[in-house]
Every structure is written in structure tokens, then in C-alpha cells.
Design a protein around this ligand. Structure first.
Ligand code: KG4
Ligand code: ZN
Length: 346
């Protein structure tokens, strides 16, 4: 089976072909046209501008995803497209294109939740995929959630952010520090210029770290960086210190809550997903925490997506489409019934 995935929920126009053979998900092509350079001068994504660029890019990107492996449309069995959550005008370009193709090529179409896509990126090209029950820490520009998965299509949000998402906090703190958009990779780069002892050098709060729930809050941490830099005349000379200290505060909170939830629900796998899953320190430190948790012991496996599947891409959307089509009951595959929902929940 081959699925064409299409993704346009934010500022990446993406198309991919994923082939499923003996239950394994192989990525045949993965084309991503990023608009980062266009939005950088505005310091963040401008929805209208994103939509205009999706219109320009979408057909060439789909063409390329099909042309790279020299596939004809006859060799594609279904189309999976991001339905939400995301920017409404951006989502519309992907879904309307997918619906038009499904109609004219006479293919089934599967509407996909972007967040499940991020989670399913952990099944791509993976011979030892996660086992259920699994706990996913989803950290992206728009979302921060701890999701319990009892089965392929059974998602339960255990907790989420009450204000800023982790990626959003990275982007805003980067802005405060005068770094460019997107802030996550910039902060991570600056933070790695310091050795591991230094993250504690500038005191930062760890919001809600000891609360009994699985909720998060990152706006106070962002404000703490703002106030401290306002008071610190030499802060420009200490950018790596600020970055490392902020990054470590975020990681400490994420790890504490994730391990607590994983232990409580006795999961067999811990999954990291979303754009912030590209963060090297988070990838490393969460893995170490899973390994050293006495309650999880050696029983729980730890999964991180390959770097090219962490930020927005369409291979993860094709993967989610495959699992929904296989395991979800009464799934609608009629192009006329696919609708965009910018607040789509799990
Ligand atoms: O999943 P994604 O591509 O888009 C959304 O669905 O939101 O995530 C983008 C977010 C941005 O906020 C970006 O700053 C963050 O992921 N990000 C990172 C890193 N790479 C990307 N955050 C921290 N460290 C990174 N290395
Ligand atoms: Zn995303």
C-alpha cells in the first residue's frame, strides 16, 4: 500500500509517499518546502503570507514527491491530508488540493489530525516501533501535551499547557534575546556553547514542576527571562548563559512530568514528538530519565523520531492516515466530507 501525505498546517508545504510493506512504514519520498526565510523578517509566521506561498508551492511539491520515486498516480492507494489543528487559511490550501486530487483521481482520502501525525512520526522507518500503552510527550510550536495511547487510535490527553506551548516559548525567548526566528534551533545552538554546569548559572523558575497534575505553564518562564535581561546591563554578552538556563528549566519540567505520567500509567513506551523533539538536549536527557527510572526500569522503550521527521513534514501525515484507515472504525474517505477544523482536538 502507498499513501500520499499532504501537510500545510503552518509554514511548511509538504508532500510525501509512504509505502507500507509487512506492516513497516518506508518513506519513499519526503518533500518539504519551508517558508522560514520568508517569515523570518516578520519575527513569526504571517498566516496570509503562508497561505499565498502554499498556493504557489503545493502542486510543484506534490509533483516532486511523485516524480522522485517515478510513481504514477495509479500506484498510490490513498491520500492523507492534515485537517487541523493549524492556521485556517494555510490548512485550506492542503485540504482543498487533496480533495480535488481525490475527486479527479478517484482515490479515498483520509483527514488527519496534525498532532497524531507528530506522534506517528515515531513509526516511520522504525523496525522496533512503540508498544502500547505508550505515553507521548508532544512538544511543538502550537502544542504541549502528554498523551496516553492505549491503542493505535485511542488518545487521551493527560495534561497540556495552560498558556504558551514549548516551541512558542523558545521562539518568544529568542525574540527577547535578539535571536532570529524560529527561536528553538537558535537557542539550542547558543546553549550548546556552554558546558553542562552552566545552565544553573542564571536562576530560572520551573513552573508547576511539583504540581500533582500533568499540566504545564511556560509564560512565567518567558517573563522571567524578559525581567532578568531588563535588569542585566550585560545580558548581550551572556546570551549562551540565558539560552542554556532557559532550555534546562524547560527540559527539567518536561522530564519530571513525563516520567511521573509514564510511571503512573505503567507504559511500555515513551515517545517524544513535535518540532521541539529536534532539541538535542531534550532528546538525550529524556532518554536518560526513562532508562534510570526505577519504576520503568528496563521495561519501557524510548522513541525519538529521526531529525527530518521532527518538524512539520508530510511523511508523518501519511503514517497517521495509514493507521487511521487500518484501525479506526467508520472512517470517512469521501472527499466531499473532508472539512478543515483549525481547533481539531485529539
Ligand atoms: O512541529 P513544528 O514544526 O510546528 C508546529 O506544529 O508547531 O514545531 C515548530 C517549533 C518551533 O517553535 C521551533 O522553534 C521549535 O519547534 N523547534 C525547536 C528546535 N527545532 C525546532 N525547539 C527547540 N529546540 C530545537 N532544536
Ligand atoms: Zn507540527
Amino acid at each position: 500500500m502507498r499513501i500520499l501525505g499532504i501537510e500545510t498546517s503552518c509554514d511548511e508545504t509538504a508532500a510525501s509517499i509512504v509505502e507500507i510493506k509487512n506492516g513497516k512504514l518506508k518513506v519513499i519520498s519526503n518533500v518539504v518546502s519551508s517558508q522560514i526565510k520568508i517569515h523570518r523578517k516578520y519575527g513569526g509566521v504571517v498566516p496570509e503570507v503562508a497561505a499565498r506561498n502554499h498556493i504557489k508551492n503545493i502542486i510543484p511539491v506534490i509533483d516532486k514527491a511523485l516524480a522522485l520515486p517515478s510513481l504514477s498516480i495509479k500506484e498510490v492507494d490513498a491520500i492523507a491530508v492534515t485537517q487541523g489543528p493549524g492556521l485556517i487559511c494555510a490548512l485550506l490550501i492542503g485540504t482543498e488540493t487533496a480533495k480535488t486530487l481525490a475527486y479527479s483521481w478517484n482515490k479515498p482520502i483520509i483527514g488527519v489530525n496534525h498532532i497524531t501525525g507528530h506522534i506517528y512520526s515515531n513509526w516511520l522507518e522504525n523496525n522496533n516501533p512503540p508498544q502500547f500503552p505508550a505515553l507521548a510527550l508532544v512538544v511543538s510550536g502550537g502544542h504541549t501535551e502528554l498523551v496516553l495511547m492505549k491503542d493505535y487510535c485511542n488518545f487521551k490527553i493527560l495534561g497540556q499547557t495552560r498558556d504558551d506551548a514549548v516551541g512558542e516559548a523558545f521562539d518568544k525567548v529568542a525574540k527577547i534575546l535578539g535571536l532570529s526566528y524560529p527561536g528553538g534551533p537558535e537557542i539550542s545552538k547558543q546553549a550548546s556553547r556552554k558546558d553542562v554546569a552552566l545552565p544553573h548559572f542564571i536562576k530560572m523558575p520551573r513552573p508547576m514542576i511539583n504540581d500533582k497534575n500533568f499540566e504545564f505553564s511556560f509564560s512565567g518562564l518567558k517573563t522571567s527571562v524578559l525581567y532578568q535581561t531588563q535588569k542585566d546591563k550585560n545580558y548581550k554578552e551572556r546570551i549562551p548563559d540565558y539560552c542554556a538556563s532557559f532550555q534546562q528549566a524547560v527540559i527539567d519540567v518536561l522530564i519530571k512530568k513525563t516520567i511521573k505520567a509514564a510511571e503512573k500509567y505503567k507504559v511500555k513506551s515513551v515517545i517524544l514528538a513535535g518540532g521541539v523533539a529536534a532539541n538535542k538536549e531534550l532528546r538525550k536527557q529524556l532518554g536518560e530519565a526513562v532508562k534510570t527510572s526505577r519504576a520503568l526500569g528496563t521495561k519501557a522503550s524510548y522513541h525519538i523520531p529521526d531529525l527530518k521527521y521532527t518538524t512539520d513534514n508530510a511523511a508523518m501525515i501519511a503514517a497517521a492516515g495509514y493507521f487511521m484507515n487500518k484501525y479506526k472504525k467508520n472512517i470517512n474517505t469521501d472527499w466531499a466530507k473532508i472539512k478543515v477544523d483549525c481547533n481539531l482536538s485529539l
